[in-house]
Design a protein around this ligand. Structure first.
Ligand SMILES: [Zn+2]
Ligand SMILES: [Zn+2]
Length: 331
């Protein structure tokens, strides 16, 4: 997601509204609509108590936030828990409001051993959430020139990786790889990096694709060792096709890497593209065809556990949740 730098207006709500209306009527209308809209609960609640310390377990928390446990080692990708993401203007956040709450509140999330940050865009790098996740037992791996946004001393360690660089965090070997995206959080900070990651724990191999347009670089991840799971972005391609792949391209790239299962993210959480709310997942399932069982999750809160197809593992539906229904007001 791209957020332009917004000049600082005077601090009252009224003057902020006037300023925004004059600066961009379209953005003003969008924000005014967002203010009124309620954020709905996630359709599913993952049950971490059922996770064991062997094999791969994963839960889609929302957007690109996935909690992974691989042989007992817990990894959290791009943790975004704030209701609104965007630029702080005085006491306000001018930006985007989520459609659906995270499947788990941050306070109820098992503490991760490692936080993996793909890049510093607002919808991936949620500074207030990252402050709350500060713990002496948690390591962070992030893209080049992004750790200045973190309070480094709050974590066990913070390490930046450039493409093709690796590091070892406990039992996990993490290698950053090139994706087709960009790194600037605002307009001018174009020095910031943007990564996909290959995660290896014991005999398990997983990729986290970050944000990416169609690229050949997933082909280079293929090796003689099996790749268990590819966490792939599938939304915000209309009209941002030069920064975000389509569901079909996401599946093709996961296939290039030789992935057995695909865990689709970057949809159903924020309205970033013009595509319909369920279009990305429906297109992905259609593209998978008879291999539909390879698609590890469908709804926010869904879990993936070893040896069992995702549909059989759909957790309890939260009372009052909309589940697979279309979101109101969204195409
Ligand atoms: Zn994004
Ligand atoms: Zn991005």
């Amino acid at each position: 997601m791209k957020m332009s730098t917004i000049p600082r207006p005077v601090g009252t709500t009224q003057s902020l509204a006037k300023f925004l209306f004059r600066a961009s009527p379209a953005i003003w209308h969008r924000l005014a609509e967002d203010r009124k809209r309620a954020v709905v609960p996630a359709p599913r609640i993952p049950d971490f108590s059922a996770w064991s310390d062997t094999g791969i377990h994963a839960a889609w928390i929302g957007h690109s936030t996935v909690l992974l446990r691989v042989d007992g080692f817990t990894i959290l990708t791009d943790p975004v828990f704030s209701t609104k993401i965007g630029v702080e203007v005085g006491r306000y956040i001018v930006g985007m409001k989520r459609l659906v709450h995270p499947a788990v509140e941050l306070a109820r999330l098992p503490a991760p051993n490692l936080i993996l940050l793909s890049h510093a865009h607002m919808d991936h790098f949620d500074v207030p959430a990252l402050r709350k996740l500060e713990q002496r037992g948690t390591a962070v791996v992030t893209a080049a020139s992004t750790s200045d946004l973190l309070r480094v001393k709050g974590y066990k360690s913070v390490q930046e990786l450039r493409w093709d660089e690796s590091c070892q965090i406990g039992p996990a070997k993490i290698r950053a790889f090139e994706v087709a995206h960009w790194g600037a959080r605002k307009r001018t900070d174009v020095h910031r990096g943007y990564n996909g990651y290959l995660i290896e724990v014991g005999r398990h191999r997983i990729i986290f694709g970050g944000d990416t347009a169609q690229t050949d670089s997933f082909r280079r991840l293929r090796s003689s060792k099996p790749l268990d799971l590819a966490i792939m972005p599938i939304g915000a391609y209309d009209p941002w096709i030069h920064a975000h792949c389509t569901p079909e391209q996401a599946l093709a790239m996961a296939n290039d890497a030789g992935a057995e299962f695909v865990l689709p993210v970057h949809h159903q959480t924020f309205k970033l593209g013009n595509e319909g709310y369920r279009e990305p997942i429906e297109r992905l399932l259609l593209a998978a065809g008879s291999g539909e069982d390879r698609i590890a999750v469908r709804d926010i809160g869904d879990e993936f556990r070893p040896g069992v197809r995702s549909a059989a593992y759909a957790g309890p539906t939260r009372p009052g949740a909309r589940g697979r229904a279309e979101m109101p007001g969204l195409r």
